[in-house]
Design a protein around this ligand. Structure first.
Ligand code: KIV
Ligand code: NA
Length: 265
């Protein structure tokens, strides 16, 4: 396998080959995903919910993101590593945006960054691309807007919102983004957006017409059960396996089955 890069994203869409993406937040998981042949790994700010136990993503800081992006990057040989820009790390001004994104690249060893939002953040996207930092956009259910949305809900159902989202996607492409994540929007709208732009769309709860798919790894492996959205497919039930393995370990300690001679010096 060779390295998956920004040009691989664009080339994949041209050739009609779907792009695979999963999240990771640590070295050993990232290594497993990379060994399995995943195209790209997102160090998502879902970190806050899945790994740090917060209620939403708003408490995640740029230092948290750098810390985990570093760990992921150390485990990866071929996949593209994308660092998520957390809440308020790209909203204050252009200077802070470049500094924060730059830290994800320079300290975190990410290859690209992801920002939530459309037309509102176009100046930031343009500035990052000028600074030679590849950018992925994120439209639809953008979790950092949870308090504005009033919860985690499907977006783009109203025609006016759908029209804005198509315009947002075109603007992001024009500003130099090399891909756009579409989260929790109707399949028809995702199809329309995917056909309206040349850069690939990566869907999560956005149907089969996207140019690629992303899921939160802990969701698809059945390791995080606080809340499972409709769009998650469980490819394994590691949560159940872990609970069973730990219970077996505990009882084997009690009844003297573990450790055996072969585990002993
Ligand atoms: O933080 C995250 O995991 C994400 C993906 C769900 C797209 O932004
Ligand atoms: Na995110």
């Amino acid at each position: 396998m060779s390295k998956f890069t920004t040009t691989s994203f664009i080339k994949s869409k041209k050739e009609g080959r779907k792009i695979s993406m999963l999240t990771a937040y640590d070295y050993s998981t990232a290594k497993l995903l990379d060994e399995a042949g995943i195209d790209s790994i997102l160090v998502g700010d879902s970190l806050g919910m899945v790994v740090l136990g917060y209620e939403n993503t708003l408490q995640v800081t740029i230092d948290d993101m750098i810390h985990h992006t570093k760990a992921v990057a150390r485990g990866v040989k071929n996949a593209m590593v994308i660092g998520d820009m957390p809440f308020l790390s790209y909203h204050v001004n252009i200077e802070e945006t470049i500094k924060n994104a730059g830290r994800l690249i320079q300290e975190g060893n990410a290859h690209a960054v992801k920002l939530e939002g459309g037309t509102e953040i176009i100046p930031q996207v343009e500035a990052l691309v000028k600074a030679q930092i590849p950018v992925i956009g994120h439209l639809g259910l953008t979790p950092q807007s949870v308090n504005i949305f009033g919860g985690f809900k499907v977006q783009g159902k109203v025609e006016e919102d759908a029209k804005k989202m198509i315009e947002d996607a075109k603007q992001l492409q024009k500003a130099g983004a090399f891909a756009i994540v579409l989260e929790c929007i109707p399949e028809k709208l995702a199809e329309l957006i995917s056909k309206s732009i040349e850069i690939p769309t990566i869907g999560i709860g956005a149907g089969k017409y996207c140019d690629g798919q992303v899921l939160v790894t802990q969701d698809m492996l059945g390791m995080f059960s606080n809340f499972t959205p409709k769009f998650v497919k469980k490819y394994a039930d590691l949560g159940d396996s872990i609970r069973k393995a730990v219970a077996a370990y505990c009882s084997e300690i009690q009844n003297g089955v573990f450790p055996e001679t072969k585990h002993t010096f």
